[in-house]
Design a protein around this ligand. Structure first.
Ligand SMILES: C[S@@+](CC[C@H](N)C(=O)[O-])C[C@H]1O[C@@H](n2cnc3c(N)ncnc32)[C@H](O)[C@@H]1O
Length: 522
């Protein structure tokens, strides 16, 4: 099958006001011709990142990410500083859940103008100095031109470093902290495939005798063939209808694996557009805040951005195979949240209520509106592999020689999705003996003291002498998204009493502080 898709010799759409770089286009035509055709992913890669590092959309210096009407696209951090401010709160939460280590790495991959990094660091400096002091901020960026821009924006910020590399081959290992990205995997070049008799053909780009880019179906390239087995595990190809066109983000699969290997302990926080089933959507081009069909990408290689929707379910499943467990709830079983829901959970709406400048407030509110209805937040976690002391007496384990860390006294709050972490701590006997373990319904996702007042105890267990949780026999909890586990010195009746009589847990000596992920400590 051979179908011409573009005439790249002249400026085919002068009304769009786009300027072709004839040298780059000529070079690209030669590149494709000399190879007798290339997979679509390679075409997309060259269009975005150039030939031998020269030209290409992201290298050209023309890329304009921002809030002005002549920018190509606006990302959430460019839309409003409240995106970074809210993410700073999530990072505080994660730092807390990890026991507030004195060094906490945040690795931002694909940082654009550097705006998100700036807003996170500024917020931490003003509001969370402890984390600011522990923070080591690393930007992994593929575009040299954008690194220059980021370095200007972040000039004078201590402990920020850059790695010029692709996020899917990270020169990093044993990271303790958070891997963070906004709109990264959508920028990865994607392979395009067609289901034929339960298997995949791949779409190649060729050049016809008139100098037009054409599409052609061929058997899968080595790169696609190499991931088919893994892809099949998370997305069975034989079950897809004949002729279905798929957009396979191979780099995103490698990227997830890479993160699993690089992270020793901590979180992966991925924001992007797309959703379940995005693998069935075609890539497209973007400029002037508008989406255009893929054809424009063939007409203006190196001039327009090319992108594709991201399938977070596939990422979540691939990550799970690498030890990145999704932070799941009943509503988000794969750890995939609507981005506005995630931002609300970290108090964006409340922060905006306090904003006096109406322009800033409205910009922030847009992060919760329809512009972001197809954006997701994927939240994954890796817990440290701790060697079990009673099995490893004769070995030097990771933590051997260290005294077990006892939890500080207080009220500890877990989401149901955190049960694996909870069990892990329980196995190590780290909870205060004599404490109670309550399953509670707390009406707000963003647990805070007022939500405790409106909470209800569903059932309870306790912490034994050895610090392990003793769950009630035959425990069955019908979990809802607002079910939490609260570990506290108060029995169920004391708890109810305080809740009914309007007292709050915090006023009773030991304190409670809400968090979305993991444990709340103070
Ligand atoms: C759509 S922009 C998003 C920029 C920024 N995160 C924001 O929200 O404004 C994609 C960013 O990812 C970078 N990028 C694309 N592919 C990459 C890769 N394989 N490794 C690292 N960075 C990459 C681009 O250069 C750019 O900085």
């Amino acid at each position: 099958m051979n179908s011409p898709v573009a005439n790249s010799q002249a400026d085919p759409y002068p009304a769009l006001g786009l300027r072709l770089d004839p040298r780059f286009v000529g070079g690209l035509i030669e590149y494709v011709r000399a190879r007798g055709g290339i997979p679509f992913a390679e075409f997309m890669d060259r269009s975005l990142y150039g030939l031998d590092g020269e030209g290409g959309y992201y290298n050209s210096g023309v890329v304009s990410i921002g809030n002005a009407s002549n920018d190509d696209f606006v990302t959430a951090p460019e839309r409003s500083r409240y995106f970074g401010r809210t993410l700073a709160k999530a990072l505080v939460d994660m730092h807390t859940a990890m026991g507030r280590p004195g060094r906490f790495d945040v690795i931002e991959m694909g940082a654009g103008n550097g705006t998100l990094a700036r807003d996170i660091i500024e917020t931490l400096k003003i509001e969370h100095i402890e984390l600011h002091d522990a923070l080591r901020y690393t930007i992994v960026e593929r575009s040299r031109a954008l690194i220059v821009r980021q370095q200007r924006v972040l000039a004078g910020r201590p402990r920020v470093r850059w790695i010029h590399a692709s996020a899917d081959s990270l020169p990093l290992r044993k990271v303790r902290g958070v891997f963070l990205s906004n709109e990264l995997p959508d920028a990865f070049p994607v392979h395009r495939a067609v289901v034929r008799h339960g298997e995949l053909n791949e779409i190649y780009v060729t050049v016809d005798s008139h100098g037009n880019f054409s599409e052609e179906e061929r058997s899968p390239s080595a790169a696609l063939a190499a991931v088919l087995m893994d892809l099949n595990k998370v997305f069975p190809i034989a079950a897809q209808p004949e002729g279905e066109r798929l957009t396979v983000n191979i780099r995103a699969i490698h990227w997830m694996r890479e993160l699993g290997m690089a992270l020793d302990e901590g979180y992966v926080l991925t924001f992007d557009y797309g959703g379940p089933g995005a693998i069935r959507k075609a890539p497209y081009t973007v400029f002037d805040w508008e989406q255009y069909p893929l054809e424009i990408g063939y007409q203006y290689p190196g001039v327009v951005d090319m992108t594709s929707h991201v399938d977070p379910i596939i990422l979540s499943k691939v990550g799970a195979g690498e030890g990145l467990e999704p932070i799941a709830t009943t509503k988000a079983p794969q750890g995939v949240y609507a981005q506005p829901v995630f931002l609300q959970a970290y108090g964006l709406r409340e922060s905006l209520r306090r904003e006096k400048d109406s322009i800033k407030r409205n910009r922030g509110l847009r992060l919760l509106g329809k512009d972001y209805s197809n954006f997701f937040a994927l939240v994954q976690r890796k817990t440290r592999q701790i060697s079990c002391p009673d099995k490893s007496n004769d070995q030097k384990g990771l933590l051997s020689g260290e005294a077990p860390v006892r939890q500080k006294e207080g009220v500890h709050v877990y989401r149901l999705g955190d049960i694996p972490a909870l069990n892990d701590i329980s196995r190590r006997g780290e909870f205060p003996a004599g404490y109670y373990v309550h399953f509670m319904r707390l009406p707000n996702m963003d647990v805070n003291l007022s939500s405790f007042r409106r909470g209800k105890v569903i059932c309870s267990g306790c912490v034994g002498e050895d610090g392990r949780i003793l769950w009630p026999d035959g425990l069955r909890v019908r979990a809802a998204h607002d079910t939490y586990i609260v570990i506290t010195p108060f029995s169920a009746s004391e708890m109810e009493n305080r809740l009914v009589h309007g007292g709050n847990v915090a006023s009773c000596g030991p304190y409670a502080q809400g968090c979305l992920l993991g444990e709340a400590k103070q």
